[in-house]
Design a protein around this ligand. Structure first.
Ligand SMILES: [Zn+2]
Length: 204
C-alpha cells in the first residue's frame, strides 16, 4: 500500500490490514481529488488490464484524469456530493473484459471533510452473454472519420459507423494493438447510468 504522509491521519480508524491485503481496489483521494493512497490490489488490477507502466496509479496523480471524459462530470459531482453531505454512497457499474462480464460496486466514503476513500469491489463475474455480430470483422465499419473507434466506457461495445445507434460487442477490437479509441456511452449504458446516478442523489 502506498500512502502520502498527510493522508495517514485521514485513515485513522480504518482497517489498514484489510486495505493492504484485500482484492478490493482501494484509493484515497485528498481534497483536490489527487490520489493520496492506493493499495496493492489497485496495482494488480491496473497491471492485469494492460496499458503498461503509464496505466499504474501514482501518488499525487489526479484521480479523474484516468477516468474516461464521458464519465468525469458524473464522478466530479458524486465526490462533491459525498464531501458536502458526509454520507457514503455506492453504485454498481459494468467494466467488462474481452472474455468476462464484470460488475463492480464502488463505495465512496467520506473520511474527513475533504478526504475520500474509494473501494471498487468485484461483485459479479461470468461469461459474456452478448454475441458478436456474425459477419466477418471489418475494422473500417467501426472506425469513424477521425480514425477513432468509439467505445462505450462501460460495456465496451463499439459504435457502428453506418448505423450510429447500433453498438456491437466485438471483443476482437478490445485491446488490439494500434487501435485508437475514444470513449462514449451506448444507449443502454446511458439509461442504466442515469438511473444509478439518480439513485445516488436521492439516497443523499
Ligand atoms: Zn455500454
Amino acid at each position: 500500500m502506498q500512502l502520502s504522509a498527510l493522508f495517514r491521519a485521514a485513515l485513522v480508524g480504518q482497517d489498514l490490514d484489510y486495505l493492504a491485503t484485500t482484492d478490493d481496489v482501494a484509493f484515497g483521494l485528498d481534497g483536490e481529488g489527487r490520489i493520496a493512497m492506493f493499495n496493492d490490489a489497485s496495482l494488480r488490477f491496473a497491471a492485469a488490464e494492460g496499458g503498461g507502466e503509464r496505466a499504474l496509479p501514482r501518488l499525487g496523480q489526479g484521480y479523474l484524469a484516468v477516468v474516461p471524459d464521458v464519465l468525469r462530470p458524473f464522478y466530479r459531482d458524486l465526490f462533491q456530493h459525498v464531501r458536502a453531505s458526509g454520507v457514503a454512497h455506492s453504485h454498481d457499474y459494468q467494466c467488462s473484459s474481452p472474455t468476462r462480464f464484470r460488475l463492480f460496486r464502488l463505495r465512496v466514503q467520506p473520511l474527513t471533510r475533504d478526504d475520500l476513500l474509494l473501494i471498487h469491489r468485484l461483485v459479479e463475474v461470468r461469461e459474456h452473454t452478448m454475441q458478436r455480430p456474425p459477419e466477418p470483422l471489418v475494422i473500417a465499419a467501426y472506425r469513424g472519420e477521425d480514425g477513432l473507434i468509439r467505445q462505450c466506457a462501460h460495456c465496451r461495445c463499439v459504435r457502428r459507423v453506418s448505423s450510429p445507434a447500433t453498438w456491437d460487442w466485438v471483443p476482437e477490437l478490445l485491446g488490439a494493438p494500434g487501435m485508437d479509441v475514444s470513449f462514449g456511452m451506448c444507449p443502454p449504458c446511458v439509461s442504466s447510468y442515469l438511473r444509478s446516478s439518480r439513485a445516488v442523489s436521492v439516497e443523499g
